[in-house]
Each structure stands twice: as structure tokens, then as C-alpha cells.
Design a protein around this ligand. Structure first.
Ligand code: THU
Length: 130
């Protein structure tokens, strides 16, 4: 199993914990730290809708809160024919905290696509603009 396969599997597992009673759109993410640790995340919705946190950001915040600062890949898994790319807010945070990492999109049928963050987020605002 490649490192990216393991990451997709971790994202699939994380998706099992998705709390998405409003959209029923269940998302799993998994972030690979250069330490070797993998952090899973799932989307967590709430009754205000607007305070929902995406799977990708849950994974990032879990990792950051455990002291991790360097990452080299992230995977996102949904149960859709068209693979789900990270939303705009998540692209901002993936860029700022992970940099130009590969983003592996996958579904439960095993369809997979890999993009680099610079393709998903070509003209970013970040600390270099400050
Ligand atoms: N969602 C994610 O978790 N990640 C994405 O990149 C896209 C959207 C979640 C948020 C919400 O719970 C549901 O999917 C529908 O938008």
C-alpha cells in the first residue's frame, strides 16, 4: 500500500464519523504530517448551519493542536461520482498551513485524482502579502 493509499483509507475511516444531519453530505479528510502521523477529520455540522466545520479544517486543527507544523499530503473522501475538492475556506487554510501539497481526492468506489494545491489555489493571499 502506498502512503497515499493509506491516507485515503484514513480519510474514509474519518468520514464514518461525519456529523452531517442537515446536508447528509459526509466528508472525510486525512492529513499526513512529515513526522509520519496521520490526522483524520470529518465535517461537523450544527443547527446554525454557518458554524459548520469542514473535514479538512478539522484535520488541520487536530494536527496543529497536537504540535504538528509540517505536512506533505492531504486526502478528501466523499461518496460522490464527481470527486469533491476542498471548499474555498479550506483551500486558504491548506495553503497557509500545508503549502503546495498534493491533494488526493477519492470516492468510495475507488476513483482517485491528485492535484497540487497551486492548481486548486493559483493566486493565494498569505503571509507573504502582509
Ligand atoms: N464540506 C466539507 O467537509 N469539505 C469540503 O471541502 C466541502 C464541504 C462539508 C461541509 C458541509 O457539512 C457539507 O460538506 C455540505 O457542504
Amino acid at each position: 500500500m502506498t502512503e497515499h493509499d493509506a491516507l485515503v483509507e484514513a480519510a474514509q475511516q474519518a468520514r464514518e464519523n461525519a456529523h452531517a444531519p442537515f446536508s447528509n453530505f459526509r466528508v472525510g479528510a486525512a492529513l499526513h504530517a512529515t513526522s509520519g502521523r496521520i490526522f483524520g477529520g470529518c465535517n461537523i455540522e450544527n443547527a446554525t448551519y454557518g458554524l459548520t466545520v469542514c473535514a479538512e479544517r478539522v484535520a488541520i486543527f487536530k494536527a496543529m493542536s497536537e504540535g504538528e507544523r509540517n505536512f506533505d499530503a492531504i486526502a478528501v473522501v466523499t461518496d460522490t461520482d464527481t470527486l469533491t475538492p476542498p471548499c474555498g475556506a479550506c483551500r486558504q487554510l491548506i495553503w497557509e498551513f500545508c503549502g503546495d501539497v498534493p491533494v488526493i481526492l477519492s470516492n468510495l468506489a475507488g476513483k482517485t485524482e491528485m492535484l497540487q494545491m497551486h492548481e486548486l489555489f493559483p493566486k493565494p493571499f498569505d503571509s507573504s502579502n502582509l
